[in-house]
Design a protein around this ligand. Sequence first.
Ligand code: FE2
Ligand code: FE2
Length: 512
Amino acid sequence: MSGNILVVDDDPNVVEILSESLRNKGYSTVSASDGEEALRAYDEHRPDLVVLDVVLPKKDGFAVCDEIRARDIHHDVPVIMVSANGINDSMVRGLRSGAQDCIKKPFSVKEIVAKIDNQLMQAQHRRDLREQNLQLEDEIERGQADYSRINRELKKRVLDMRTLFGLSQDLNRLRDPEELIRVFCLTLVGQLGVGVTALFYAFDDVDDFLSYAGGSGISDGVLRSVRLSREIALSKHLLAKQNVARLTDEDLPGDARREAEYLMRFGFDYAYPLVVKSRLIGIVFIGQKVNRQDYSAGDIELFKSICTSAATGLENGRLYAELQSTYLSTIKVLVSTIEAKDAYTRGHTDRVAEYARMIAEEMKLTKREVEIVSFGAALHDIGKLGVYENILNKPGELTEQEWEIVRSHPEVGANIIRNMKFLESACDLVRHHHERLDGKGYPDGLCGAQISVGARIVAVADSFDAMTSDRPYRRAYSIEESIAQLKAQGEKFDQEIVAYMETLVRKGRLRR
Ligand SMILES: [Fe+2]
Ligand SMILES: [Fe+2]
């Protein structure tokens, strides 16, 4: 064993013999002959163990032991008390003072060396344990920090997932690309804290250019004049990469770099391509975060996911609109085949749809409501497909039975479109365009507010066109005469709507 032992005894013989023996065993020693000297030696030499006589001048062994313990709170330095009195009393008092062991005078060198070896080993053991403890505490602390970090990341992921879920629901619900783009930009601002963002979009699938479609944090006017080619430069690079690109990226080819440098003037830093079935339908640009912090890897992933949802939503909207317009044109063709056989009603459907749309816009209805009104007006007489041609074109008076067939056209029309998902919003307008405010209309005899605003608009537009058209039995009325007739029939027509129509005539916007 090795170590530095402080031997404290007022008997120089004991000190000498013990020190000599310990040195022979490989220890180094220092010594003191009274209590105060013992503490000074302790402070100066920082021994590994103290052999301490109980009876000492100036300060007894118990008091010295107390003070050593005050200096060595971890009990790294064992104290062995040496007592000439009854071992039991000294043992108890010594242990109370914090001594690790006691030995009675006279002792054999062999015995005390064995105790010293044992105590030094135990002290080493305590130090090792304490070291391991500290390491474990450290690991736990690091583990807790990791746990908190993982927990924070998980919470953010859950939040991101909710955002994405909410967004994709919104995007599936929204058919209007303008509204969809507005929600998309707001999401980028809200979720990622982007300062500026803009979407360049190919409004038509055959467009060669991407045009500014919406954004945030930047004046629309500046960007409206910017058009990006869909085939070359940055578009080509992004389509090939299908990932986020930094506009300062070294690997941008020359033409893409020039375009990127131009776009950086607007404060954009990153670009991401909206790709659907290998076609580039748009590019999203974002600038720095409002708080000027860098985007984390998680931010970039969220950005890409939001963009992908938007791309899907925009594409769905486009397909929906295409399908709707294909449907509408098919139906218009069908309706025009009826009109084509009757010179007097030729173009009737188109005119009614146009008048109804203008009235709805004049009434400041929402964009969606205007759409439904013009859609319903375009379909209003579709039920005539089910009315025999010879009745529709009969020059003379109709029999009551024939009138019944003619009057069935709103109901037949509503039944035709009822099961077509895209057309269902127009169903009510088709069914009720011959209802009257006084309840004497058909097919349901609805009155007043029971008739929807849309159906009331179509009723006015429909009658206006009939009045301003030639009939086999009369000439067309003038616009002024027709308006006067509509005004005179308050029991049939909504006079507020007639007033809007009159305003359009006065503004010169509504002509025959
Ligand atoms: Fe009709
Ligand atoms: Fe009609």
